[in-house]
Design a protein around this ligand. Structure first.
Ligand code: SAM
Length: 215
């Protein structure tokens, strides 16, 4: 683990900070203990967006809008980003941040529980960023598959749960067992889904990178 931290810190030393207002949003979020995408993960996210150039992005888990704003920098000017957040205070903060950066026309924040919001969405998305409650990913999957366009990318963050996913069910504290079991079930479901090709990568807190290969 110590080696992994050194490797991550070495890799991150090559990446520059955002600077400007976006950089302030990131620093303020971290200072307020609001979870935000890790530096090494966002670099991969940037490259995926530059390669894919998605027209419609769906994010599950807005927090204060940092990752949505970050994505808006690397998407095309025709891209629309829809992002879901259930915490009312965070939604307000996200909308303020999005407005301050002049991105209200490109990013729509929907307030509510993703479990309820996802079935209400129509159309398809060619890029879906899953970054909400880790224990819920498995419950979002059916709706996410309904919304993911052929050839679309599904990026699921924090799938390694700071390494806890490696432990046996019985070694995980009782409190974390449900989330542990559900994340394992989620990874198994992704790998067994014949509509998807999925790579599990140890970038940041672990990501599952999936591509929809057919309907
Ligand atoms: C890891 S944070 C998102 C970070 C954000 N994507 C970023 O990198 O800037 C996860 C967010 O998901 C929200 N969340 C958790 N469960 C949710 C649910 N069921 N529906 C919608 N949002 C949820 C949390 O309130 C939290 O703000």
């Amino acid at each position: 683990m110590q080696d992994l931290e050194r490797i991550t810190s070495f890799i991150n030393s090559f990446y520059s900070d955002d600077g400007g207002t976006l950089g302030e949003i990131y620093e303020n979020a971290k200072a307020a203990h609001v979870p935000v995408i890790r530096k090494e993960t966002r670099e991969l996210l940037k490259l995926l967006l530059l390669m894919k150039r998605p027209a419609n992005i769906l994010e599950i888990g807005t927090a204060v809008g940092y990752s949505a704003l970050y994505m808006s920098k690397y998407a095309s000017c025709h891209t629309h980003i829809t992002t879901i957040e259930m915490d009312g205070e965070r939604v307000k903060e996200a909308e303020k941040n999005i407005q301050n950066l002049g991105m209200s026309g490109m990013i729509t924040v929907i307030q509510g529980d993703a479990l309820k919001i996802l079935p209400e969405l129509t159309g398809t998305y060619d890029f879906i960023f899953m970054d909400a409650a880790k224990g819920q990913y498995i419950n979002y999957l059916e709706e996410v598959m309904r919304l993911l366009a052929p050839g679309g990318i599904l990026l699921s963050d924090n799938i390694l749960q700071e390494g806890e996913i490696l432990e046996s069910h019985f070694l995980v504290t009782k409190r974390d067992r449900t989330i542990h079991d559900r994340m394992r079930a989620y990874l198994t479901a992704l790998k067994n889904d014949s509509r998807l090709e999925t790579a599990i990568l140890s970038v940041g807190d672990g990501i599952a990178l999936s591509v929809r290969t057919n309907m």
